[in-house]
Design a protein around this ligand. Structure first.
Ligand code: BTN
Length: 326
């Protein structure tokens, strides 16, 4: 009901009387008053006048369904939103829903995460109200070996969205990080549940630094936010909606043609190509020059002895960017 009142206020733009709302939505005047107070508590600025009624003046930068959905052009991505003020990890929430058979497109968004997870068992910090923590459920009809390429498709969508909203020079540190000014702006954690030859579900978790003024000591040399870089605040809901819009368009192409239509963009946005890199996998660690990304989305590295290696996934550090320790 609260959502319907908000929609009513949003559509009318001028004052609407409590009586009109109560008649239109078939609830009592007291109920209208209670819901309006609830909306105010959530950060909506609503003017109340005993003569004229209520008027919505400003909406908060919340990542709730009510705030994101008017900005979406999608058919199914982000049309079902689980919104949390505070949660341990949005990836864990989406996993629970995935196991219960929820269809693809569901997203979980949180204003704060208390146990946010990064890759390789690392911690991911999401302080309240200044970042984006979002996880999305997908059910691609793919063999599990191709799942890592979805990470590249979301990375391209993130760069496209951020470039169009901010105009900044945003890059992909293949395959999982989004980089600004040589530091980490956004991390992507792709998790899947699969059989030998079929994927049950994929969860893409994205954590993005938007309006943090600064960072905790342990990450302040490696992390950047849009605000710490530019001194300006950004509307998180606009950025999130733009990412979801771009992603649905790209994911539809990916479903039919795989990752190859994105290779040009992956290369263009790459922070790795023609740079010295160190690749760490479970079994090995090697160093060389990143010379290409092939049509399957794999990184091609030339070692110092001239050998060429094809890397499907791994932890990469790049000379000139955070975390490079030769
Ligand atoms: C990384 O760079 O290591 C990946 C970070 C991924 C963080 C996001 S925030 C939303 C989702 N929930 C989590 O617990 N992790 C991912």
């Amino acid at each position: 009901m609260k959502e319907r009142i908000l929609e009513y206020l949003r559509n009318s733009k001028k004052y609407v009387s409590g009586e009109d709302i109560s008649r239109e939505l078939n609830i009592s005047r007291t109920a209208v008053w209670k819901y309006i107070n609830k909306l105010k508590e959530e950060g909506y600025s609503i003017e109340s006048s005993s003569k004229k009624g209520y008027r919505l003046v400003e909406s908060p930068d919340r990542l709730s369904y009510e705030e994101i959905s008017p900005l979406l052009d999608t058919n199914y991505i982000g049309r079902n939103v689980l919104y949390f003020d505070s949660v341990a990890s949005t990836n864990d929430i989406v996993r629970e829903y995935a196991q219960r058979g929820e269809p693809e497109g569901l997203i979980a968004v949180a204003e704060e995460q208390t146990k946010g997870r990064g890759r390789m068992g690392r911690r991911w910090s999401t302080p309240k109200g200044v970042a984006i923590a979002m996880s999305m459920l997908l059910r691609p009809n793919l063999s599990p070996q191709f799942v890592p390429t979805i990470t590249s498709v979301i990375a391209v969508s993130v760069v496209e969205a951020l470039t169009s909203v901010t105009g900044f020079d945003i890059k992909i540190k293949w395959p999982n990080d989004i980089v600004l000014d040589g530091k980490k702006l956004c991390g992507i954690l792709t998790e899947m549940s699969a059989e030998i030859d079929a994927v049950n579900h994929v969860i893409i978790g994205m954590g993005m630094n938007i309006n943090q003024d600064d960072f905790e000591d342990d990450i302040k040399d490696v992390a950047v936010s849009l605000k710490s870089y530019s001194g300006k605040s950004f509307e998180r809901k606009l950025i999130l909606a733009e990412i979801l819009n771009r992603f649905e368009e790209n994911y539809e192409i990916f479903k039919f043609h795989g990752v190859s239509p994105f290779i040009d963009k992956i290369k263009r946005f790459s922070a790795l190509l023609n740079n010295r890199v160190i690749i760490s996998n479970i079994n090995e660690k090697f160093e060389g020059e990143a010379i290409d990304i092939d049509m399957d989305g794999c990184l091609i590295v030339r070692l110092d002895n001239g050998d060429v290696r094809r890397v499907i996934s791994g932890d990469v550090s790049v000379r000139g960017l955070y975390g490079y320790t030769p």
